[in-house]
Design a protein around this ligand. Structure first.
Ligand code: HPA
Length: 285
């Protein structure tokens, strides 16, 4: 277990290595899920920093996760927010300790981001979910069997026992709803259950999670949301339903299907997220 002062030192070194490349403080941190990384390439006036060039950044191993930080503006919004987009995230199933899984999120908050937008590819548990749906996360179930805050707490980062009553900020969700409506897209809301993976679930597990109140299932997002709330940042979560969860349909699951649906949904995802970030930027001003 790493000591928190070590965490603070690693965060300081990481933010210094980013500031040396681009002095802008981001307003919004954006974590891009499987197949959704190309959003980062739509930023303009951008500085691209590959993860290996950032001190202490873990290297990403999943196909479809590029592994670079893009700091820039949204196209058509020169007075809008500075966005720091992470194209590629590390997952617990890659074998990293939890403090490494949430390191990049903490780093962007340390750089100045007050808002963290977490996106992911997810399986649809709710019978009303369809592949290609974009769903706002209203709440989560942490079923990863651990918590990124376990260990010594550094009070300069956040409190020992942070409240989790409203992890996914209601005001940000309202902004996302308006943005989706303006783009002519429906944005439903659902509860996300975060599991470790990397195996997909069994149909019996999915029936259990449905009974427990989950609408979406995935292998990310929950640790980052907890760490972001720990540091006092506001969180918005958006899932792209890439497949029906195991047993909801008769077909077997594959990472190829996840990537294929994410790719097919990408253009709509980019429009909704872009408009949402512009309105978050306006609301923050
Ligand atoms: N289960 C877990 N994680 C996922 C899924 C799923 O069905 N789809 C995309 N990520």
């Amino acid at each position: 277990m790493t000591h928190p002062s070590d965490l603070r030192a690693r965060l300081d070194a990481a933010t210094a290595s980013i500031r040396a490349r681009d002095a802008r403080a981001p307003d919004i941190a954006l974590v891009l899920g499987s197949g959704l990384s190309p959003f980062a390439d739509t930023l303009v006036d951008a500085t691209v920093i590959p993860y290996p060039e950032i001190a202490h950044m873990p290297v990403v191993t999943v196909p479809g996760h590029a592994g670079k930080l893009v700091l820039g503006k949204l196209p058509g919004a020169p007075d809008g927010p500075v966005v720091a987009a992470l194209a590629g995230r590390v997952h617990f199933y890659e074998g990293h300790p939890m403090d490494t899984v949430v390191f990049a999120t903490r780093m962007l908050i340390s750089l100045g981001a007050k808002t963290v937008v977490l996106t992911n590819a997810a399986g649809g548990i709710s019978p009303t979910c369809r592949p290609g749906d974009l769903v706002l996360i209203s709440d989560h179930l942490n079923m990863q069997g651990t918590n990124p805050l376990i260990g010594h707490n550094d009070p300069t980062l956040g409190p020992r026992f942070p409240d989790m009553t409203r992890v996914y900020d209601p005001a940000l969700r309202a902004l996302a709803q308006s943005a989706a409506a303006a783009e002519g897209t429906e944005l439903r809301e659902g509860v996300y259950v975060g599991l470790t993976g990397p195996s997909y679930e069994t149909p019996a597990e999915i029936r259990m999670f449905r009974a427990l109140g989950a609408d979406l299932v995935g292998m990310s997002t929950v640790p980052e949301a907890i760490a972001a709330r720990h540091m006092g940042a506001r969180v918005l979560g958006i899932s792209c339903v890439t497949n029906l969860a195991a047993g909801v349909s008769a077909t077997e699951l594959s990472h190829e299907e996840v990537e294929h649906t994410a790719k097919a949904t990408r253009e709509r995802f980019i429009r909704v997220v872009r408009r949402t970030l512009v309105s978050i930027g306006k609301a923050e001003r």
